[in-house]
Design a protein. Structure first.
Length: 191
């Protein structure tokens, strides 16, 4: 018997079968799970990059402040202040409370200092980035004669959800050791 073209594509032939509704729903469900996993993975990667960037900037600012204190032969400070918009850290001369920080709607630091106080830099770590900066000291004082830092302190750059963090431990010589206080952070030893 010879098959005609009409018979080859009839609804009952195996070539005419498509996906059933159940099969289609399974494919959609698997795709949704894979996309969700990829989105979470990308979100975690992005948060990690923000943590690394803020940590690197903080280390650079601290070393720059130390060099400026020695070069200018002047006591300089690194002070921390919490605001509703996030945490400010200020590089300045004068007393620990000589400068006050607030933030505007765009999360830009707004700083006011007492007369005679020099503000070298103001940085804000906004809560909108899901990162917080937390220090166990309110201010670090840099001595211009030896470049020493008093008191010594620990500064944590951490995700607000607690998933990851980096701790910067500043010793009396102004050197910074960075470690991971919580879950493993690839590339850093545990604190």
């Amino acid at each position: 018997m010879i098959r005609t073209t009409a018979q080859a594509h009839s609804p009952t032939s195996p070539a005419a079968h498509g996906l059933t509704l159940v099969e289609l729903l399974v494919v959609v469900a698997v795709t949704a799970v894979l996309l969700q996993g990829a989105t979470l993975s990308f979100s975690n990667w992005l948060l990690r990059q923000h943590l690394l960037g803020i940590s690197a900037q903080f280390n650079a600012d601290l070393q720059s402040l130390r060099a400026a204190a020695v070069t200018r032969h002047r006591i300089l400070r690194l002070s921390f202040q919490d605001t509703p918009a996030g945490t400010c850290y200020l590089l300045h001369s004068g007393d620990a409370d000589a400068c006050r920080c607030s933030a505007d709607a765009q999360s830009e630091p707004q700083v006011s200092c007492t007369a005679g106080t020099e503000l070298l830099r103001a940085a804000l770590v906004p809560v909108s980035r899901r990162i917080r900066l937390q220090s166990n000291v309110a201010s670090l004082r840099i001595d211009p004669r030896h470049g020493t830092v008093t008191p010594t302190g620990s500064i944590d750059v951490a995700a607000t959800d607690g998933s990851s963090a980096l701790r910067h431990i500043v010793n009396i010589l102004g050197r910074v050791r960075t470690c991971a206080p919580g879950p493993q952070f690839t590339g850093y030893s545990a604190c």
